[in-house]
Design a protein around this ligand. Structure first.
Ligand code: AMP
Length: 552
């Protein structure tokens, strides 16, 4: 059946195996990414059994990339991007240069000519956006300053790759030592590339930033969720596709821009929510597709070369990024995050390898090494993040006031007899107003940067971070608190907060928020003193209204 309907085959086997192995990895306390990659290897052409259609898997994975980058863009205003340029631009250029030189060194050791070495080195120096974004999102770091620097860094790497893709064909002939460089043609093609890039950015900023929010606004008023979802998907996919087809911009960058121009629209949050389920499913296929390309025999055939290339990525790229970020005066936490995020390669490297091999500046063997390096580096990436986190905790028990202070945990509060309020959205804000009116001192734990800014502006004490993180909750001095309000909508995280707080103090009043009966039960079991379910309260209030009008 799978052979007659290759698309369904990819979805069934790709997603199914990713689900099974991802769950298994999760049980073993490994990152599910490991399971997804292995699922890819199993349905790839190098292992026996069912072989999925690689072309189709790649295309589906591209949809994941588009939605992922669109989602990243939604969190990112053009101002955010400009704010990090001082570190992201020189940092990324320097890091790519250092890693590329190291990669060229490995190529030289393998006996390859300089031209090959340069392309090979470049392919080893650019990180996978998908892997990095997933890592940031999983750790809820997208809204922190270090997260923004990481995104800026990747955008610069992305632009460098686009540039390389344009420059490589005319330079290939020269690098191979044959033809003479036709500077005129080269300049024209450079100007053409930059012109198209500038045209795309200008079009998006001038026209897109008006038309796209307008379309969404209009659709939102039809009241149809289905149409809104469709609008979000068509805009994200359409802009990314047009960016790549018409303007020569990478599909990822196109999607990022589409999201970014929406970031300031009040509908951006909803747009992000609507694209979430599809994004997650297709992003999984990205990892499956990487696994499919990998021939496990490379590990046996090229152990030494592969070790060297993996070291270029893990030590060369990540190490140089770490050093650069530190040299720019940023705190350890920022340097560790950027380093861990860049310690892997993926889609851009494959594209460069394809082109290099097509132009005959690189042998097929280079592709096997690049793919091997990619899968190994993505495999170890979650562990690097854990290691980085461990180092950060050891080295920075008391975060200092640094440029990254927005993202780091604050010193413990001096309040006592206070209320702790986790989440300052639609619910938390109302609770805060009430506490203020009652004159009860309180502090807020909130992870969204804009809400934190508003709180600080209003002179309300607050800790930025995820309430489910130990150090964040600890800084709120629960030992001396009077009550804890868990006013976030997500019951899983709320459960973690309730559980930790209950462990910290058996007699604390804990009030939590829920939306489903099962959540009420769950939160009660974990130790909440009271759980208020929004929907029940709404029903009660609606009925109450009807009764006052004597119609019920
Ligand atoms: P709302 O659903 O409008 O009440 O908004 C919930 C608020 O809680 C938002 O401002 C979120 O940023 C915030 N929030 C959600 N999860 C967490 C968390 N784990 N820690 C801290 N703040 C959170």
């Amino acid at each position: 059946m799978a052979h007659e309907s290759p698309l369904i085959g990819v979805l069934v086997f790709g997603l199914g195996l990713a689900f099974v192995l991802g769950t298994l990895a999760n049980r073993l306390k490994l990152s599910p990414l490991v399971g997804y990659l292995l699922a890819g290897v199993l349905i790839g052409p190098f292992t026996p059994g069912y072989v999925a259609d690689a072309g189709l898997t790649l295309q589906l994975a591209e949809i994941g990339v588009i939605l992922l980058m669109f989602g990243v863009g939604l969190h990112f205003s053009p101002r955010d991007l400009l704010a990090v340029r001082a570190i992201a631009v020189p940092g990324a250029i320097l890091q790519v240069a250092i890693a590329a030189v190291l990669g060229a060194g490995v190529a030289w050791w393998l006996g390859w000519p300089l031209a090959t070495g340069l392309v090979f080195g470049l392919a080893l120096s650019v990180a996978s956006t998908v892997v990095m974004m997933r890592a940031l999102q999983d750790r809820r770091l997208m809204d922190s300053e270090r997260g923004r620097i990481a995104v800026g860094w990747l955008v610069v790497q992305d632009l460098l790759t686009v540039l390389t893709l344009v420059l490589l064909p005319p330079l290939a002939a020269l690098l191979k030592g044959g033809a003479v460089l036709d500077t005129g043609t080269l300049l024209v093609s450079l100007a053409w590339t930059f012109g198209k890039l500038a045209a795309f950015v200008a079009l998006m900023l001038v026209v897109g930033s008006r038309v796209i929010p307008w379309i969404l606004h209009y659709i939102a008023h039809t009241g149809s969720r289905e149409l809104f979802r469709l609008a979000v998907l068509s805009l994200a996919l359409g802009v990314a596709f047009a960016a790549a087809e018409l303007f020569g911009v990478s599909i990822a960058l196109g999607a990022f821009f589409a999201g970014m121009i929406l970031s300031e629209s009040p509908l951006s949050q909803r747009a992000a929510e609507e694209s979430l389920p599809l994004r997650d499913a297709f992003a999984v296929l990205f990892f499956v597709s990487v696994g499919m390309l990998f021939d496990p025999m490379t590990l046996l055939r090229e152990p030494l070369a592969l070790t060297m290339t993996v070291l270029v990525v893990l030590v060369g790229s990540a190490g140089s990024a770490f050093a650069i970020v530190r040299l720019f005066g940023y705190p350890l936490a920022t340097a560790l995050l950027i380093a861990a995020g860049l310690a892997q390669i993926g889609e851009f490297s494959f594209i460069l390898a394809d082109l290099g091999i097509g132009l005959k500046v690189m042998p097929e063997r280079a592709r096997a090494l690049i793919l091997g390096t990619s899968i190994l580096s993505i495999f170890v990436n979650p562990f690097l993040f854990q290691g980085a986190e461990w180092l950060r905790k050891r080295a920075e028990p008391q975060p200092k006031p640094t440029p990254d202070k927005k993202a780091s945990v604050q010193a413990p509060t001096t309040l006592s007899g206070h209320a702790v309020l986790v989440g300052y959205g639609r619910v938390g804000r109302l609770i805060g107003d009430g506490l203020k009116a009652d004159g009860l001192p309180f502090l807020v734990i909130e992870e969204a940067a804009d809400a934190v800014e508003a709180l600080r502006g209003a002179g309300i004490e607050c800790i930025q971070g995820n309430g489910a993180d130990d150090p964040v909750l600890a800084a709120s001095n629960l030992a001396a608190a009077r009550i804890l309000f868990v006013a976030i909508p997500e019951a899983f995280e709320a459960g973690q907060i309730v559980q930790q707080a209950r462990k910290a103090r058996s007699d604390l009043e804990i009030v939590a928020r829920a939306h489903f009966d099962a959540e009420v039960e769950h939160l009660r079991q974990l130790g909440a003193s009271a759980v208020i379910m929004g929907e029940r309260e709404i029903a009660a209030a609606m009925l109450g209204y009807a009764r006052t009008k004597a119609v019920a």
